[in-house]
Design a protein around this ligand. Sequence first.
Ligand code: U2P
Length: 226
Amino acid sequence: MGVKGWAILKFLMFQSLFVSQSQEDFDFFYLVVQWPGAYCDTKRSCCYPTSGKPEADFGIHGLWPNYKDGSWPSNCDPDSQFGRSQIEDLLSRMKKNWPTLSCPSNEGFNFWEHEWEKHGTCSESVMDQHEYFENALKLKDKANLLQILTNSGINPDDEFYDLNKITNAIKDGIGFTPGLECNKDPERNAQLYQIYICVDTSGTEFIECPVLPRGRCPSKLQFAKF
Ligand code: U2P
């Protein structure tokens, strides 16, 4: 091989090194939001955050990297610890849109730390910690799910709604089919608990889900008051 050939080979080797480092190691994200009324009805108890009762709106549960086969990576980088200082500028939006409901009552940092360590660290090839939380907040705003549902006459009023009606309202609103997850309240009523929306590997655009979660929803489900 001549000098030119070596130069080309070296260039290609360098490039492939770079590409393999920046490639994502997951296929898509789920943006998962939860209905606080269902969380509080179905978990043995819920506790409002120290800042008070959250708004009657969907709250973020997490932004979860996933594989097309339905499995997912978790806890990918024990060396990347959650840093409060990294999301200082997002705090008011975090408290409003990503409220904790677990007991005992707390500010939310435990919840956010858990989501970062379990899921966020698996998307570090694409976004840093600040971007991870900010992307989730932006996606939640963009989806505007409660508005979509109420515009279609689906309100959190303890009434029962058709699974298909809820799914289609969201599909019409954001352009993509969501996954719905139900839980049972103490009277065994199935309630709308979580909504899954699929997001591309950049963490910014909604996409059609490569695989939908198994959500255990019957054909009629309750949209609980909160
Ligand atoms: O479903 C129970 C918990 O498993 C985790 N989960 C579920 C589906 C999925 O696609 N990815 C995933 O991580 C969630 O764990 P958490 O983030 O709450 O610890 C989910 O709550």
